[in-house]
Design a protein around this ligand. Structure first.
Ligand code: SF4
Length: 328
């Protein structure tokens, strides 16, 4: 049974420049215990798609969808209270910067207590013991003392471990990790990813892992969804997308990985994707990637490619979708 079903989701934001679609008609699903990696450059709608699931969209934004359901519960027509009960309990989220995600005015213990009480139907009794267990579970030593610390007294890596402890306190069915290592030192990043991976396996929870680094998803995700300008460019099993990418944007993301550069013999300059992600208030015509695509041809500027099944994946590119021939 699908855990999450998203059909034709669009998120619109009203700006001074006009209305724009930060997420443009995307569909995907997630089964229990599955890890879906969402990748793309900044501003491609990865985070906004997950905020839509949690009803955490910023002001002046709205969503529309044909279906948005979690464990067969209709999120589109759920009351505010129902959605609040789901958020932070069955679906939890960890954010990019743990230092700003934790409240600097309260101790770690106070903030953990809220998540624990949510899981224990507001019972206060025993929260301290459970908090210590959780901190130990995420690899925090001297857990007892840490409960009385404030966020500024801890390192970024420790704060992210605490955010993870808060996120698993309710034993969620789905954890959304939005760039969970981007704000951390390189040495800590691998530890946090390993921790997330082991907790996901231990609890059997599904996970949406959002990253701008496609290489990072290779080790963790069962499936990968590549987004550009709010749209899905390519989606399929991780091994197909990462070992045999077919969309020019996925290929460009992989070619731009620094580790691929350091493996080449003739190092000249770091590879990058020329140009910028389009201004969503003034989208280009046709394929959104065409101004930066090395493979573009006439049709690309005129016609938006549809996301279609091709070679064990879904892909939106005219290279794999010959124009239909009309009978004369
Ligand atoms: Fe490139 Fe054209 Fe494919 Fe877009 S549709 S990715 S411009 S080849």
């Amino acid at each position: 049974m699908p855990l999450l079903e998203v059909k034709n989701l669009t998120v619109r934001i009203e700006t001074l420049k006009g209305s724009l679609s930060a997420v443009d008609n995307i569909s995907f699903s997630l089964t229990e215990g599955e890890v879906l990696g969402i990748v793309g450059e900044s501003g491609c709608g990865k985070s906004m798609a997950s905020y839509a699931l949690l009803d955490l969209l910023p002001p002046f934004s709205s969503l529309e969808a044909q279906q948005l359901s979690f464990l067969n519960r209709d999120l589109l027509h759920a009351s505010h209270r129902e959605k609040r009960n789901l958020r932070g309990k069955d679906i939890t989220m960890i954010f990019q910067d743990p230092m700003t995600s934790l409240n600097p005015s309260f101790t770690i213990g106070f903030q953990l207590r809220e998540s624990i009480m949510r899981a224990e139907h507001n019972k206060k009794k025993g929260w301290r013991k459970r908090a210590i267990e959780l901190l130990k579970h995420v690899g925090i030593s001297e857990a007892h003392e840490r409960l009385d610390s404030y966020p500024h007294e801890l390192s970024g890596g420790m704060c992210q471990r605490i955010m993870i402890a808060m996120a698993i306190a309710t034993r969620p069915q789905l954890l959304i990790a939005d760039e969970p290592t981007t704000a951390l030192d390189v040495t800590i990043q691998a530890q946090i990813l390993k921790l997330l991976q082991s907790l996901q396996k231990e609890f059997g929870m599904a996970m949406i892992l959002i990253s701008h680094n496609i290489g990072l998803l290779a080790h963790m995700a069962n499936r990968v969804m590549v987004m550009y300008a709010g749209q899905i460019m390519e989606m399929g099993k991780t091994e197909d997308i990462i070992l045999r990418p077919e969309h020019p944007y996925t290929q460009a993301l992989l070619a731009a990985l620094p580790e691929n550069y350091s493996n080449t013999k003739h190092r000249t300059e770091l590879p990058s994707i020329p140009g910028l992600v389009p201004d969503l208030a003034h989208r280009p015509t046709g394929c959104q990637f065409h101004p930066r695509c090395k493979e573009k041809f006439d049709r690309c500027e005129k016609e938006l490619p549809e996301l279609k099944e091709h070679n064990k994946r879904k892909i939106a590119c005219h290279l794999y979708d010959p124009p239909s021939t009309k009978l004369t």
